[in-house]
Design a protein around this ligand. Structure first.
Ligand code: FAQ
Length: 331
């Protein structure tokens, strides 16, 4: 299995010869659906790809607070404000949870956060699009959280224990987020002509970026083969994208909205909705830092980090004081 993964990922570290027995045990455990835990042996490339995926996931949750956070002060009612506030806080919690899971692989949170702030680390393309109207908050909950759930439910069965366990709670919360988003869309779609138009406009703008969230097509996905071999990913990017389209198209019909894809057609024989061509050039540009909001998102995150410096200093001072007290008590 490891050889297979190495072929798919030529950069992966070659295992040390003396690790052959450990490697065989690792492979057997993955094959048996056992969980790999932080203190277990794992190939360096397994550790690296997990650190990469989990930290990118954590960064996405943290940056993902911004598009919706923009609307907390403009929510149309107290009930909507309370739900949105709770949702954005949930996303923050997911980020912290995921940083903790990534840290179990040996990279400190400071280092991971530095990678985000320096622009070196990736985060999901979807959060580089602006939220222009209240309907965008509905569209994000419905589509973005909907896509996140489709991608993350299988991660509850990821071979790495801390990531798999973190995903269980995250998925439960995302599921609430998806419902509150859909309910916003339903209210708008059943409201005045102007409100319905607002919902349609949000769907028009968020549909294609939501499909891009699942990552490049399988043929261009650098990590999928390795990650599936190691049971980190359970489905390919295209498989998950198709599941999302199949689940979401009937929901759009129920809302009475039109998906912005003239090529969308139901394939009776296969039982799938076939969708048109995704603009992968747009995806590449957004991932490369040239999306509509990339610069804003990072600038806002950097400022929030600087503004929080006093909290980190206070926590450090407290930890030092406590350590000194313990040393004095032991002396
Ligand atoms: N955006 O070989 P693959 C959320 C990168 S959380 C940017 O296919 P892989 C909750 C990829 O990293 C949303 N970059 O990679 C929420 C790799 O770059 P690298 C985040 C992308 O890892 C809701 C390169 O392209 N969810 O929404 C994207 O096997 C509302 C090659 O790609 C997760 O992170 C993209 N869309 O598959 C929060 C879930 N796609 O590292 C707030 C966990 C790919 O070589 C509000 N992650 N890239 O430089 C995964 O399942 C996987 O990492 C994939 C990508 C499926 C995202």
């Amino acid at each position: 299995m490891y050889t297979q993964a190495l072929n798919a990922n030529p950069d992966a570290d070659a295992p040390q010869l003396e690790d052959a027995a450990l490697l065989a045990r690792f492979e057997a455990r993955v094959a048996d659906e056992a969980r790999i835990e932080p203190n277990d042996f794992m190939p360096a490339a397994y550790r690296r790809t997990l650190t990469r995926q989990i930290s990118q996931h954590a960064h996405s949750e943290i940056i993902g607070m911004q598009p919706e956070g923009n609307w907390i002060t403009r929510a149309p009612s107290l009930r909507r404000k309370a739900a949105l506030l709770a949702k954005v806080q949930d996303e923050c919690g997911h980020g912290l949870y995921l940083y903790a899971a990534a840290e179990t692989l040996g990279t400190s949170r400071e280092e991971l956060v530095d990678q985000l702030l320096s622009g070196k680390a990736k985060y999901s393309s979807i959060f580089n699009y602006p939220t222009q109207t209240w309907a965008d908050i509905g569209a994000i909950g419905w589509l973005v959280d909907g896509a996140a759930i489709m991608n993350q439910i299988p991660l509850c069965r990821c071979s790495y224990g801390p990531y798999a366990r973190a995903m269980i709670r995250v998925c439960k919360e995302e599921s609430f987020h998806q419902r509150q988003g859909y309910e916003i869309m339903l209210t708008l779609a059943r409201g005045s002509a102007e409100q319905k138009e607002m919902a349609q406009d949000a769907l028009n703008r968020w549909w294609w970026p939501s499909l891009m969230m699942f990552g490049p097509p399988d043929a261009a996905s650098a990590h999928s083969d390795t990650s599936m071999c190691w049971k980190i990913k359970r489905f390919s990017n295209d498989e998950l994208r198709q599941k999302f389209v199949d689940a979401t198209v009937p929901q759009a019909h129920f809302l009475g909205l039109t998906l912005p894809d003239p090529d969308l057609v139901f394939d009776e024989a296969a039982g799938h909705w076939r969708y048109g061509t995704i603009d992968w050039e747009e995806f590449k540009q957004v991932v490369a830092g040239n999306g509509p909001c990339n610069r804003d998102r990072l600038a806002t995150r950097r400022k929030a980090h600087e503004d929080g410096a006093w909290v980190r200093e206070a926590a450090r001072a407290f930890a030092e004081k406590r350590a000194a007290a313990k040393t004095a008590a032991a002396a």
